[in-house]
Structures are given as structure tokens and as C-alpha cells.
Design a protein around this ligand. Structure first.
Ligand code: UD1
Length: 420
């Protein structure tokens, strides 16, 4: 299995290209199930999770053709030939649950494997299922599968989410687009990736009000048509490289990034001594002098993203003073802390909070992580550490970061992929 070797201590300088957002691309690909015409998505990132979603769509009869030279334009289409999302595919990627709403809306039935737990917490799908039941679906759990039927079709409903869920909002938004009547989704998630989905659905003929707010109103239509849609830039990839520049020192331009999507990160970064500013090609990142300990708490958008928590923790490991990092979204998302401590960090985890006491320097070590963002946080720590860091289990990184080693090496980092 591939590993990443980093020799720390070099500042970053240059430009990093920000790709399309993985977390927007996955639901947008699932939206390909909503029409019998072709859906053309551009600015698609080249990532393992995109391949997994293409395999799942192929299982349903939807072909994913790459058009153009660089493989970043996908053309999705084909008749739905199966409503079964099997365990073997779903277990590789939780976002597979996003086919449930579209299949049920289009075919009036679906059998989707339950995604099960994952490294960062239990992650149930009850909100997805309750919402679909409110829209008239009959749902039975059997043999590890969700068996869903809506013999008379889905109908509009007023759904109030008891807590904010990105995936449940996306599933119900897609289902409601083809339901009979009006659906309201209150306490809906409003991440930029959800706005992106809503904009694409609108281009496909859906009628959606309140895009960007916590209340979406969807007037169902009998059918959706094909469309072309460019995927929003990845704010988490951009935020990760902003933290890379911050921890290594130097200045980097994040080409194609959107500063308005990074506001919740820009504020604590500014307090920590790192400036994000508008740049004609995207966003400029500059570390001013030293880094200062700064508290953050993860929250649904527009709050500080849970997907940036691990990277920010790496940064705080080498800041002057202490930082309290509180995780409110996932119950088990500090697995990077013991690995960072092996590199000389001083982190104490107390329940949902971690106290990080800054140290003057980290030391390189062999490390590994059990999820995507934790893995990249170890790469960032390696950039700042003295000596050599080897990050094992790189397949987590490949799920969400395109060529992370090439991107950082191009800005002066001493980093390479070791292939066995
Ligand atoms: C999405 C992102 C993920 C990000 C997360 C939170 C994708 C593909 N993944 O995941 O990178 O970390 O949003 O920003 O976009 N919950 C329930 N019941 C449900 C659904 C969720 O209790 O039916 C809980 C979860 O366990 C979690 C919280 O709600 O504690 C938020 O989860 P959710 O927003 O649904 O995350 P995902 O859509 O899985």
C-alpha cells in the first residue's frame, strides 16, 4: 500500500489548484438517477470516491462517460435497470445512501444496504428514512438493507429536521423534486454543496425556493430533464491547503477557491496569525509572524466545518499558547490526536473537547490514520515536523485529495509518495 514521506521544515510558496468539491460531486452524480436525459457535470475531481459512485450508478444502469481529455467532465445517463444498491459497494462509501431518495422518487422502490458505522462515529441514517416516510414511503429494515416502497409515488410533506444533516437534506431535496405536491425542509443543512445540488436540480427543471437558507421549499414536478452543471470548488480542499501554508509558513495562492465559502475558517485563522484574502485567481494565504492558540467549535455551515477540525488541530500543535477544539458534529472524531501526540504534540481529549498546548516543534514519526481528514492532518503535521514523517494507509487520502503530494511538492515541500 502506498505511503507518503515528508521531510519537514520547508516553507510553501506558489499556487495550488483547487478542484471541484467531492462532497458536491457525489450527490450531483446521484441526481443523474432523477432523469432519463443526460446530466453533464464539469470540474469533477479525480478521486476514488467518484469512481465508487460511478460503479454504484452503473449497477443501477446509469453509465458514467468521461468526455474531454482530462476526465473532469462526466456525462451520466441511461435507463434505470436495477434499484438495488448492494452492500459490497455501499460499505466502501457512506454517501451511497444518496441514491435512496432519487431511486424511490423515480422507480417507487429501492433496496439500499445500510452504510453502517464508520471510523468517525455511528452515523445513522434515521433522518433520511423518517423524511421519506413522511413523504409516503413504506420502509422496512431487513438483512442489513433498507427496503423502501412508495407504490403511489412520493408526495410533498412538511419536514422539520430535529438536527441538521447534510446527507438527509440532499436525499430529501432530490426526492421532493419529483414528488407530488410541495415539500418544505426546515432546519435544512445549507452547506455550499447543498446549494450546488439545488442549483443543478433547478437547471434540470426542479422548482426550489430558499436556496442557501435553512428552509427549502420544493414544488415537485412530474419529470426532470438533462442539464450541464459545473461543480463548486472544494472549500475543504482549499481550507486544508490554507492550513498547510499556515503550518509550514510562506504564502500560497489557492487558485479557483472561493473566500466567501471559507469565512468560518478565515476568522480563527486570522486570530491564529494567518491571513486569507481575495486574490484575482482565488484566495491568497499568508502566515504573518508566529502562530497563536485559538479556540474553535465545529458546527453546521456557516459554522466551523467538522471536516477542517483535524487540520486546524495540527496547526494548533505548533502555536504559541493553548487552543480548545470542540467537536459537536461527530462523537468520535479525535483519532488524529494520539497520532499527533506521537509526533510530540501535547493534546488532551476530554469528551467532545481537546485541549492543545502548543509546542515549539513536532518530530517526524511513522503515523497512520483511520479517516480522510485525520490522514491529511498528519501530512500537515509532517510539513512542520523536524525530520521524516511517513503517513501510512494513504488510500484514505486518495478518497478526498487529488495528488496531495504533487500539489505540496510544487510549492516547495519535501514530500513524495512511496509505492510498494
Ligand atoms: C457530510 C459530509 C461529511 C461531513 C458531514 C458534516 C458528504 C459526502 N459528507 O456527511 O464530509 O463531515 O456532512 O458536515 O457530503 N445524523 C443522524 N441521523 C441521520 C443523519 C445524520 O443522527 O439520519 C447525524 C450524524 O451521525 C452526525 C450529524 O448528524 O452526527 C451530521 O451528519 P450529516 O450532516 O448527515 O453528515 P453526512 O451527510 O454523513
Amino acid at each position: 500500500m502506498d505511503r507518503i514521506r515528508i521531510r519537514g521544515g520547508r516553507p510553501l510558496d506558489g499556487e495550488i489548484l483547487i478542484h471541484g468539491a467531492k462532497n458536491a460531486a457525489l450527490p450531483l452524480m446521484a441526481a443523474g438517477l432523477l432523469t432519463d436525459e443526460r446530466l453533464i457535470l464539469s470540474n469533477v475531481p479525480l478521486l476514488a470516491d467518484i469512481e465508487t459512485m460511478a460503479i454504484l450508478l452503473a449497477q443501477h444502469g446509469i453509465a458514467t462517460d468521461r468526455i474531454g481529455n482530462d476526465g473532469r467532465i462526466l456525462s451520466l445517463g441511461g435507463p434505470i435497470t436495477s434499484t438495488l444498491a448492494p452492500y459490497d459497494i455501499v460499505r466502501k462509501m457512506r454517501a451511497s445512501i444518496l441514491v435512496l431518495g432519487p431511486l424511490l422518487a423515480r422507480c417507487r422502490e429501492a433496496q439500499v444496504s445500510l452504510p453502517g458505522g464508520c471510523a468517525i462515529g455511528a452515523r445513522p441514517v434515521d433522518l433520511h428514512l423518517k423524511g421519506l416516510e413522511q413523504m409516503g414511503a413504506e420502509i422496512r429494515l431487513d438483512g442489513g438493507y433498507v427496503h423502501a416502497r412508495a407504490p403511489a409515488g412520493l408526495r410533498g410533506a412538511d419536514i422539520l429536521f430535529p438536527s441538521v444533516s447534510v446527507g438527509a437534506t440532499e436525499n430529501l431535496l432530490m426526492a421532493a423534486s419529483l414528488a407530488d405536491g410541495v415539500t418544505t425542509l426546515a432546519n435544512a443543512a445549507r452547506e455550499p454543496e447543498i446549494c450546488d445540488l439545488a442549483l443543478c436540480l433547478t437547471a434540470m427543471g426542479a422548482r426550489i425556493d430558499g436556496i442557501g437558507s435553512g428552509k427549502l421549499t420544493i414544488e415537485g414536478v412530474p419529470r426532470l430533464h438533462g442539464a450541464e452543471h459545473p461543480i463548486v470548488p472544494d472549500r475543504i480542499e482549499a481550507g486544508t491547503y490554507a492550513c498547510a501554508a499556515a503550518i509550514a509558513g510562506g504564502s500560497v495562492t489557492l487558485a479557483g477557491a472561493r473566500l466567501d465559502h471559507l469565512a468560518a475558517l478565515a476568522t480563527p485563522l486570522a486570530e491564529a496569525g494567518v491571513e486569507l484574502s481575495e486574490h484575482e485567481r482565488g484566495v491568497a494565504v499568508r502566515r504573518l509572524d508566529g502562530l497563536h492558540g485559538t479556540d474553535v467549535k465545529t458546527e453546521p455551515y456557516p459554522g466551523f466545518p467538522t471536516d477542517m477540525q483535524a487540520q486546524f488541530m495540527s496547526l494548533m500543535c505548533v502555536a504559541e499558547g493553548a487552543a480548545m477544539i470542540t467537536e459537536t458534529i461527530f462523537e468520535n472524531r479525535f483519532m488524529h490526536a494520539p497520532e499527533l501526540n506521537r509526533m510530540g504534540a501535547r493534546i488532551n481529549v476530554h469528551g467532545a473537547s481537546a485541549i492543545v498546548r502548543g509546542v515549539p516543534a513536532l518530530q517526524g514519526a511513522p503515523v497512520m490514520a483511520t479517516d480522510l481528514r485525520a490522514s491529511v492532518s498528519l501530512v500537515l503535521a509532517g510539513l512542520a515536523a523536524q525530520g521524516e514523517t511517513i503517513v501510512n494507509r494513504v488510500y484514505h487520502l486518495d478518497r478526498g485529495y487529488e495528488a496531495v503530494e504533487r500539489q505540496l511538492a510544487a510549492c516547495g515541500a519535501d514530500i513524495e509518495r512511496l509505492t510498494d
